[in-house]
Ligand binder design. Structure first.
Ligand code: BGP
Length: 474
């Protein structure tokens, strides 16, 4: 078994990390727009968003990003040169509804995405569009409390219907929420949540999650009604199998429980119901999710068509004992350090086989097509003689693609692969330009220097061959 003949090879970006033009043509502020750059400063702000909103930071580079708002034609041309079949981006919600609760959309924002999707089709590139990628309108967080408030369902549904209607002839693949499980790990990013002293954070996070799950089903319903039955709506999970630290049964049990914290979301989005384990999980966390009449039926009736996910690394968990386990960075997740794995410059553990494990488990569990919509290596790149010799990136991707193909041979149905940050962009975690993922180098640094010019890295030609050979030549 090999990859489908119509396998969707491509790359992924998100509006807020690439477009810049953060107040152009009527765009409102998104959550991410108030965050500063710089690893520790940014995490502090994410953990204390109220304070961050009141602080004046220097917002370079995120407010300008790579200026994709103005350079998209040049950039898409380069994607087409690599042979992209699909391009994943997101629509910036505050470009369409600047505050989020308006009744009428912002025409200039809608026009931008019309032009962008037309440009993709000019080269036969299929857009894959995320409705919400970390940029809920800020106003909905400050005035309504973010996704803890059920009213956000109504605002999101209005937004979804407007863009589905507008782009129904241009977009077939939709994702409802980027990394929906991030609400548990970075609640401000994921759901605009800010907490009061003494609140049960788990209660608020799972209530917000329920609202997003209902909103996701409503978007699926709208997509079926507006675009038609052929539309493909997916969920999006920040995936990565959680391994037990040892073969101690308590470690194994802990791994099962930790894995469920990510599967929880997809269980609802794919099977259409809260799994039986949630009852005990909620009891132990002191959580009581409030549902309204009709919620359960809606979730059941409108599950997703496919399961998309990001994969950067596996994780490691240890049961509560006296054992001291060194910790490792794993995106926004807690993870023990796995002695068998190497790490990226940012300490993210590199585990290609973990991708195969994750794919097998997701497919076994849901029996729906998968789509890898983020994967890649964040690294410091040096531009020399107008290129970057990024053999380390090629090696990372080759190792992962090999395992991806193994998983397909195991029987997994896989629709496509979009590498993260196919063109350098602002890092979500650090807010900086220094952590680069692209096949295309963008001449901008953290301090505002640089021409913005694009350069092909060595990986550009490598990926082109991968696509041309449908993964045979890695
Ligand atoms: C995912 C996000 C992306 C992206 C990626 C890499 O969690 O969906 O937006 O940025 O992680 O993370 P970082 O930019 O912190 O390296």
């Amino acid at each position: 078994m090999s990859l489908r003949a119509d396998f969707l090879w491509g790359g992924a970006i998100a509006a807020n990390q690439a477009e810049g033009a953060y107040q152009k043509d009527g765009k409102g502020m998104g959550l991410v727009d108030i965050l500063p750059a710089g690893g520790e400063l940014r995490w502090h702000a994410l953990e204390n968003p109220k304070q961050a909103i009141e602080t004046t930071y220097d917002h370079y580079p995120s407010h300008e990003a790579i200026d994709f708002y103005h350079t998209y034609k040049e950039d898409i041309k380069l994607f087409a040169e690599m042979g992209f079949k699909v391009f994943r981006t997101s629509i910036s919600w505050p470009r369409i509804f600047p505050k989020g609760d308006e009744l009428e959309p912002n025409e200039a924002g809608l026009k931008f995405y019309d032009d962008l999707f037309d440009e993709c089709h000019k080269y036969g590139i299929e857009p894959l569009v995320t409705l919400n990628h970390f940029d809920t309108p800020l106003y909905l967080a400050t005035e309504y409390g973010g996704w803890r408030n059920r009213k956000l369902i109504e605002f999101y549904e209005r937004y979804a219907k407007v863009v589905l209607e507008r782009y129904k002839d241009k977009v077939k693949y939709w994702l409802t929420f980027n990394e929906i499980n991030m609400v548990l790990h970075i609640p401000f990013f994921g759901a605009g949540l800010m907490f009061e002293e003494g609140e049960n954070k788990d209660q608020i996070k799972f209530q917000a999650a329920h609202h997003q799950l209902v909103a996701s089903s409503l978007a699926t319903k709208a997509a079926k009604e507006i675009v038609g039955e052929d539309v493909m709506v997916g969920c999006m999970l920040a995936a990565g199998e959680v391994y037990p630290y040892s073969c101690h049964p308590d470690d194994m049990l802990k791994a099962v429980q930790e894995n469920r914290k990510q599967y929880f979301f997809i269980d609802v989005q794919s099977r259409g119901e809260y799994s039986t384990y949630t009852k005990r999980m909620f009891e132990e966390l002191g959580v009581e999710v409030e549902m309204e009449q009709g919620d359960k039926e809606l979730l059941k009736k409108y599950p997703v068509d496919f399961i998309s996910f990001s994969y950067y690394s596996s994780r490691l968990t240890v049961a509560d004992t006296d054992r001291q386990v060194e910790q490792s960075a794993a995106n926004a997740f807690e993870s023990g350090k796995n002695p068998y794995l190497e790490e990226s410059e940012w300490g993210w553990q590199i585990d290609p086989v973990g991708l195969r494990v994750t794919m097998n488990n997701l497919y076994d569990r849901y029996q729906k097509p998968l789509f890898i919509v983020e994967n890649g290596l964040g690294a410091v790149d040096e531009l020399e003689d107008d290129t970057v010799e990024d053999d380390y990136r090629i090696e990372y991707m080759r190792d992962h693609l090999e395992q991806m193909i193994e998983a397909v041979k195991d029987g997994v149905d896989l629709l496509g692969y979009t590498s993260w940050g196919c063109i350098d962009l602002v890092s979500a975690g650090t807010g900086e330009m220094k952590k680069r993922y692209g096949f295309i180098y963008v001449d901008r640094d953290n301090d505002g220097n640089g021409t913005g010019k694009r350069y092909k890295k060595k990986s550009f030609d490598w990926y082109k061959k991968v696509i041309e050979s449908n993964g045979k030549q890695l």
